[in-house]
Each structure stands twice: as structure tokens, then as C-alpha cells.
Design a protein around this ligand. Structure first.
Ligand SMILES: Nc1nc2c(ncn2[C@@H]2O[C@H](COP(=O)(O)OP(=O)(O)OP(=O)(O)O)[C@@H](O)[C@H]2O)c(=O)[nH]1
Length: 833
């Protein structure tokens, strides 16, 4: 009948921990080349998102553009290590910068950085990164920066100034070196420098220099930090980490301090890493900054600056190593600082396995910095969070499946509807990735005694009737257990049972039950036409149907309604005729074959409905000046539940190509009150800032996503559990709630309505880019949204990485539902989850 679990991938990307523990692939190569053919991936994508190609057809005007690098062609940074750094400029004193280390058993590391500038383009990225270790040779890293200059006064103005400055800085590049010591910087021109540090057994040093930027009034400073370590790795690591953390804190404070001078966003990040065992090497990072008037980039120890007027920037980083992945062992982390996005230069290294990444960085804006700075910076090394450049090649897939086609082995929706119109049964199966449940369903209005006998023979014996709320109210049929409706969205919603009063005897025979079912389907029926309790079990359909809950009740009513029949269904769970257990998929298929019944998947039904129904309505648009700049606010109302969502739009979306997009889940505590428990507020700030800098983009703010869909009250309860030792995933489970009940279809439709066609999505969450694809949208790039890691949020972030598949690095270490899970928990910081 209806035990379908709420966490259906198409509805609420509820990431059960099991599904979340799956990783993309065991290797990056497989991530790059094998993933798309991976059936699990396909089904995950099919289930959660939609094929860009397929949906394009639906909307007709979808215009999908391939990544210019081409699918699968772009360099995937599969070097688990990378280096990152970021820098910031700050007001007077402080410094920034960061770095990461890499270890190499032997010797030196070189770093190079390159800066690239791009002028006009909106995108920029700066970056950072972490380090890598390689047993053999060297690693290099360097990186980049972002700048912020600050000037003047108010925070608001300053933020805009920072934005301008950072907008001027653009791009990042990365260089990578592979095995040997060479480093190549791929992308662009300008300066590169290298620094090297070496240490004998292990050392890490990081040096960074930063450049300053000054903007009109304010100053800038540069600083460098370096850390070195000596032999003992532990001490070195600790020292480096502490140094880095201190640098980070200083940088974060610098960001805030810069905010004092002007608030600009700047930020910094640092990272350090320590390698546990063997060695460490250093990396240097450089930062460059640009200001509106001048820009410079510098890199590492010696800084060379290039100036070009407006744009510029810098960054690069990379490291490489042949094979070892540092990410797991040596942890490095990075953080953020301002700027960037987009254009990534993907440089890649030549060597087989390594590639580098650079990335961009981010920052927190002044306003957010308060929260970030309020919490002590965490010692890095707990979160493997390399910052990477925007990537373009790991989630645009041809292999998502065509939503017009049924899943393999299932009947099409159209065929199913035709069958229902003829008064016949169909078998409805919930997601084959979960526990299978098959139900025999048909239109209640067309049910005969023979049909009920068939259901009794093959089913559980319980005959249920799916009904809409208004019909239940008309018949005065309250829920048997009202509290379950809200507390447990996965629970079937049985009302009190009934028998038709007229023309029946005991109510239990097939004929009597058929009469009851037909009576329930009649719009003319009244409450007094039924005896209560009885032998038929009405079930309350949740408004929105399978788009809200992927249950058999909703599926059956949706199908009957789509067939043009009164929206009342009859359904019964199919069981194994031999032992009474739940019928297996093969049993279901056998039954379908024997009786020529269509067998339909709820996943396909959801896809079918989503393709055809508009779920949001634009209700108003207004000008919205913000502290970041001028935006326009678009209000949308969900047709499913009336929730109002907002999209904040910058610039002219135009042809909708390559739009910088953030789909942000509501987090009252983080977004409004600056909670340091999570990174939400800082991410929102950063997204707004980056869009302002880009001059074009959209933040969709999804209400109802609070606490990953569990609501504010539950989230606060989850906080308490986390204070008692649970991680964020365990806390939700402990509360009996979904780990992640969010659904992104509404967000996708809002983006579509605004005119977005292809987007560079700012997220670290794979579920998001999967969930947003389709609807005539394609995700052509990912822009990491990395903000400072603090003592308060580091465990949360680490849990997101290890248990929820969030991707922080250049390598794909996160998980995606449906992909094997051997890699995710790779040993780093297990106790942090
Ligand atoms: N249940 C629960 N929800 C939380 C907690 N901290 C933040 N959230 C919610 O998590 C949601 C944000 O999800 P995240 O996983 O942080 O980030 P994301 O949006 O999935 O991914 P990004 O795009 O990378 O930011 C918001 O709705 C927050 O309210 C927590 O401790 N428990």
C-alpha cells in the first residue's frame, strides 16, 4: 500500500546516510570517464535531476551549450592534492595569505604562480589551494589571491568597493607540476614566481606575499606568512597548522579589520597542512590584490607584480604530485577569501594522475566576517578542502537519461494512463534503489467485485483508497492517527475505515468492498452513506501528489487524475503468494507479464509531472538596492504549498547563458543571525558579492529548506544533539527526520522563469547540481563556495564532506547517491564526523 518513504530522490533529495556514503568513483579517472556510464550514476541523475537534453525538448527553447572544453575534455583536477592559498589584503597591519603545504619526502617544492588577468569578463577566480604531497619530488603550489581593497567608509560602500576591486581581479590559473619538479603554469601570463622551500625531512613552509592594493583611501597591506617546519612532522604540522590558523584568523580578522577601514570583503584564508607522516613541503602562496585602480599580483616570496589596470589578478596554484593523494592524509584546508569565480583556468598537469587546480577563493564580506571572525579559526588539517577552480567537466553528462523515456524495464506513463482509462490495473513500483514496494492500482470509480478479488488474491488483503483532502472532509473521514501527518511525512495517512452502508452486508466480501470503493469515488457520496469503522482503508493524498511525496497513494491518485478519471484510486500492496513477504521486483514483473499489466515507476511519474507542470508563479518584482549593489527581487509562490521564494537578480540575464547562480537554502540562524555553526551566512554573502562583481547573476533563496528541510524548530533540536556529540547527519536521524529533505525543482523552475538557461552554479553540494539540472537548464560549471573554517563550523563542514558528499576539493571526493562508497571515508579525520 503505501509505505513509500518520503525520501524519494526526485522529491526530496533525502540523503540517507547510506546513499550519501557513496562516492563518485574510486578514481578520478573513473570519475571523469567512467562515471557517466555508470548505471548508478545514471539512475541517480535520472532520479534526481533531469536530462538537460530531454528537458530542453519540453521547454522548446532550451539552448544548451557545451562547455567549450567539451564534456569530459576539461581537466579534472584529479590530483588529490592541490594547493591553495588565498590571500587578502587587509588594512594596515595584517596580512594574509596562506598556503598550504605539500610534502615531499625529498625536497624542494617550487611554487609558481601565474596570474592571469582577464579584463572584461566577469569571472574571476582566485584561488587557493592546498597542498599535496608526493613521495618523490616536489610539489609546488602557489597561489593567488584576491584582493580587496578597501576604502572608505561604510560597510555598504565598502563592500561595493571591494566588489569592484575584486571584480577587477579575475581569473585564476593554476599551474601544476607533475612529477618532477617542474611546474608549469598553464594559464596566463603575467607573473609567476616560485618559491621554494624545502626541508629536509619534512618541512613546510609557506610563504606568501601579498600585494597590497590600495584603493583610494585605504591602504592595503601585504603580508606574508610562512611557516616552516622542521623535521618532526608532528611538530611541524602543528606548527604549521597553528601558524596557518593564526594566519587565517588574522586574515579573517583582517577581513573584518578591513571592514573597519572599509569593510571590504577580503579575506583570506589560509591553510596549512601537516602531513602526518613523512614529510611536508612547503608551498607558498601568493596573493595579489588588485584594486580598482591598480592591480598587482604578486606571488610568492618574490613578488612580481604585474599591473594592468583594471583587471587582474592572480592566482594560481597548484601542486601536483604524481599519485599520492594528500588530501586524505595530509590535510590541508583552505579557506576563503574574496573574489572570484568563473573563469577557471584549468591547468592541468601533464602527468598522468596529477593535475592541479587552482581556484578561487572567496571571501566573506564584511558583514559576514563578523560571524566568521567571531569564531576562532580552526586549526586546519581537519577539513580537506582544497579550493578549486570552477570545474566544467564533471557533471554535465549525456548519460542522465531522457525523461521522456521510462526507466528501463518499466512502462511509459502514457501507456499506463491508457490502461487506467480502460478500467484495468497497473502496477506501481517505488524507487528501485530503495526497498521495493509494488502496488496494484486502478481507478476507484471503475472498480468491480472481480477487481477486488484479484487484489485480494495477489495483494495483502488490505484494500485502500487514495483520496484528496476535500473528499475526505466531505465524507467526514479524519485521519486515524492525525499526528503522524506532520511528524512523519513518510507515514501512510490512513483515515478511519469505512464500509458502504447501502447494498452491502458484512462489508468484507469482494463485492461489498467494491461497492464501498465505488461509493468513495463518487462526488455525490455523503458521510452518512458509510459505516465506520469498516473494511476499506481510505488514505489521504497529500496535495501536490508525487511532487510532494513519492508514495503509492500520491502516485495512484495522480495517475488516475492524469487519466482524466475522478481522482480517487484503489490500491493494494502486492505480496509474494508463497510466503506473504513483499513482492520482489522480479515477482512484480512476472505478475505484470502474466496479466499484461503495465508496470510503472514512481520516479518516472515524478519526472513526467515535473516536465509538464509549472510549480511556481511569479507574484512580484521590485528593485532591491543592497549592500553589495543593486539587484532586483523576484517573488515566486509555490503552487504546491504557497511558500514564497525569492530570487535576487543582478544585471541582464539576456540569453541566459553562463549565468552565475547560487541556489541558497534558507538558514535563518546562519543567514540572519550570523550563526557560526554553519557556513550558510557567509556563503550567501559571498554569493551576493561574486554576483555583484560579475555584474550578472541570480541568487535563488529557497524558503522551506530550513535545516535541510526539517524546519527551524527541529534544527535547533538538532543543534542540541550536536552539542552532545552527534554530527549534523546523526542529529537529524536521531530526531527521526530526514537527513536532507530538500528538493530543488522549485528553484530550477524559478531560474527557468527568470531566463536562465545555462549556469555556473555556486555550490559544494553535488545534490544541488543534480537536482537543478533539467527543466531546460543545464549546469555548465561549478563555482566552489568556500568560506572560512572555524572551530565552530569545522565539524559541520567535515560531516558535510564525508557524509553528505560535499565537494571541497579539486578531486572528487565527495559522494553522490548511487555511486560506490568505497572512497569517501578515506581516513581523514574520521573522528570529526
Ligand atoms: N539539520 C540541520 N540543518 C542545518 C544545520 N546547519 C545548517 N543547516 C541547514 O543546512 C542548509 C544548508 O545546507 P548545507 O548542507 O550547509 O549547504 P548546501 O546548501 O547543501 O550546499 P552549498 O551549496 O555548498 O552551500 C540550510 O537549510 C541550513 O538551515 C544543522 O546543524 N542541522
Amino acid at each position: 500500500m503505501d509505505s513509500a518513504s518520503f525520501p524519494h530522490p526526485l522529491i526530496s533529495h533525502v540523503n540517507t546516510s547510506s546513499s550519501l556514503h557513496r562516492s563518485y568513483a574510486t578514481t578520478h579517472q573513473s570519475a571523469r570517464f567512467g562515471l557517466w556510464k555508470n548505471r548508478a550514476w545514471n539512475s541517480a541523475c535520472c532520479a534526481i535531476g533531469f536530462s538537460a537534453v530531454g528537458v530542453e525538448d519540453v521547454f522548446d527553447d532550451g539552448d544548451f551549450r557545451r562547455n567549450e572544453n567539451g564534456f569530459l575534455l576539461g581537466a579534472l583536477n584529479n590530483n588529490p592534492s592541490s594547493s591553495s592559498s588565498s590571500s587578502s589584503s587587509s588594512s594596515s597591519s595584517s596580512s594574509s595569505s596562506s598556503s598550504s603545504s605539500s610534502s615531499s619526502s625529498s625536497s624542494s617544492s617550487s611554487s609558481s604562480s601565474s596570474s592571469s588577468s582577464s579584463s572584461s569578463s566577469s569571472s574571476s577566480s582566485s584561488s587557493s589551494s592546498s597542498s599535496s604531497s608526493s613521495s618523490s619530488s616536489s610539489s609546488s603550489s602557489s597561489s593567488s589571491s584576491s584582493s580587496s581593497s578597501s576604502s572608505s567608509s561604510s560597510s555598504s560602500s565598502s563592500s561595493s568597493s571591494s566588489s569592484s576591486s575584486s571584480s577587477s581581479s579575475s581569473s585564476s590559473s593554476s599551474s601544476s607540476s607533475s612529477s618532477s619538479s617542474s611546474s608549469s603554469s598553464s594559464s596566463s601570463s603575467s607573473s609567476s614566481s616560485s618559491s621554494s622551500s624545502s626541508s629536509s625531512s619534512s618541512s613546510s613552509s609557506s610563504s606568501s606575499s601579498s600585494s597590497s592594493s590600495s584603493s583610494s583611501s585605504s591602504s592595503s597591506s601585504s603580508s606574508s606568512s610562512s611557516s616552516s617546519s622542521s623535521s618532526s612532522s608532528s611538530s611541524s604540522s602543528s606548527s604549521s597548522s597553528s601558524s596557518s590558523s593564526s594566519s587565517s584568523s588574522s586574515s579573517s580578522s583582517s577581513s573584518s579589520s578591513s571592514s573597519s577601514s572599509s569593510s571590504s570583503s577580503s579575506s583570506s584564508s589560509s591553510s596549512s597542512s601537516s602531513s602526518s607522516s613523512s614529510s611536508s613541503s612547503s608551498s607558498s602562496s601568493s596573493s595579489s590584490s588588485s584594486s580598482s585602480s591598480s592591480s598587482s599580483s604578486s606571488s610568492s616570496s618574490s613578488s612580481s607584480s604585474s599591473s594592468s589596470s583594471s583587471s587582474s589578478s592572480s592566482s594560481s596554484s597548484s601542486s601536483s604530485s604524481s599519485s599520492s593523494s594528500s588530501s586524505s592524509s595530509s590535510s590541508s584546508s583552505s579557506s576563503s577569501s574574496s573574489s572570484s569565480s568563473s573563469s577557471s583556468s584549468s591547468s592541468s598537469s601533464s602527468s598522468s594522475s596529477s593535475s592541479s587546480s587552482s581556484s578561487s577563493s572567496s571571501s566573506s564580506s564584511s558583514s559576514s566576517s563578523s560571524s566568521s571572525s567571531s569564531a576562532a579559526a580552526a586549526p586546519f588539517g581537519t577539513l580537506d578542502a582544497e579550493i578549486t577552480p570552477e570545474t566544467t567537466d564533471f557533471f554535465v553528462s549525456d548519460a542522465e537519461g531522457d525523461p521522456d523515456c521510462p526507466s528501463k524495464g518499466y512502462s511509459s506513463i502514457e501507456h499506463t494512463l491508457n490502461t487506467l482509462r480502460q478500467g484495468k490495473f497497473v502496477i506501481v513500483v517505488d524507487d528501485e534503489n530503495g526497498d521495493i514496494e509494488g502496488n496494484l492500482i486502478m481507478a476507484a470509480s471503475l472498480t468491480s467485485a472481480k477487481d477486488i478479488a484479484f487484489m485480494i488474491k495477489h495483494g495483502s488483503g488490505i484494500i485502500s483508497v487514495g483520496m484528496k483532502e476535500e473528499d475526505l472532509q466531505r465524507l467526514n473521514l479524519p485521519l486515524m492517527s492525525p499526528e503522524t501527518e506532520h511528524e512523519d511525512s513518510s507515514a501512510p495517512t490512513f483515515t478511519i475505515t469505512v464500509d458502504a452502508k447501502y447494498g452491502t452486508s458484512t462489508g468484507v466480501s469482494a463485492a461489498d468492498r467494491a461497492k464501498t470503493v465505488v461509493a468513495l469515488s463518487s462526488p455525490e457520496s455523503k458521510s452518512q452513506d458509510f459505516r465506520k469503522p469498516g473494511h476499506v482503508f481510505p488514505l489521504k493524498y497529500r496535495n501536490g501528489g508525487v511532487l510532494r511525496r513519492a508514495g503509492h497513494t500520491e502516485a495512484s491518485v495522480d495517475l488516475v487524475a492524469l487519466a482524466g478519471l475522478p481522482p480517487v484510486s484503489v490500491l493494494s500492496t502486492l505480496v509474494d503468494e508463497n510466503d506473504g513477504s513483499m513482492a520482489s521486483l522480479s515477482n512484480l514483473r512476472k505478475l505484470a507479464l502474466e496479466h499484461s499489466l503495465p508496470i510503472v515507476s514512481i520516479t518516472d511519474l515524478i519526472r513526467y509531472r515535473r516536465k509538464r507542470e509549472k510549480l511556481v508563479e511569479r507574484t512580484s518584482v521590485s528593485r532591491l538596492p543592497t549592500k553589495w549593489g543593486l539587484f532586483h527581487a523576484y517573488c515566486y509562490s509555490s503552487k504546491l504549498d504557497g511558500t514564497e521564494h525569492v530570487a535576487v537578480v543582478k544585471g541582464n540575464i539576456g540569453n541566459g547563458q553562463d549565468v552565475l547562480v547560487r541556489v541558497h537554502s534558507e538558514c535563518l540562524t546562519g543567514d540572519i543571525f550570523g550563526s557560526a555553526r554553519c557556513d550558510c551566512g557567509n556563503q550567501l554573502d559571498l554569493a551576493m558579492q561574486l554576483i555583484e562583481e560579475a555584474g550578472r547573476g541570480v541568487v535563488v533563496y529557497l524558503r522551506g529548506h530550513e535545516g535541510r528541510g526539517i524546519g527551524l524548530g527541529h534544527k535547533l533540536k538538532a543543534y542540541n544533539l550536536q552539542d552532545q556529540g552527534h554530527d549534523t547527519v546523526q542529529a537529524n536521524i536521531e530526531l527521526g527526520l530526514a537527513v536532507d529533505a530538500r528538493e530543488y525543482g522549485i528553484g530550477a523552475q524559478i531560474l527557468r522563469d527568470i531566463g536562465v538557461r545555462t549556469m555556473r552554479l555556486m555550490t559544494n553540494n553535488p545534490a544541488k547540481f543534480i537536482g537543478l539540472k533539467g527543466y531546460g537548464l543545464a549546469v555548465v560549471g561549478r563555482v566552489p563556495v568556500l568560506t572560512p573554517i572555524t572551530e565552530e563550523n569545522k565539524r559541520y563542514l567535515e560531516t558535510k564532506r564525508t557524509k553528505m558528499g560535499h565537494v571541497y576539493g579539486s578531486d572528487i571526493q565527495g559522494s553522490l547517491p548511487g555511486i560506490n562508497d568505497s572512497v569517501v571515508n578515506n581516513g581523514d579525520s574520521p573522528d570529526n564526523t
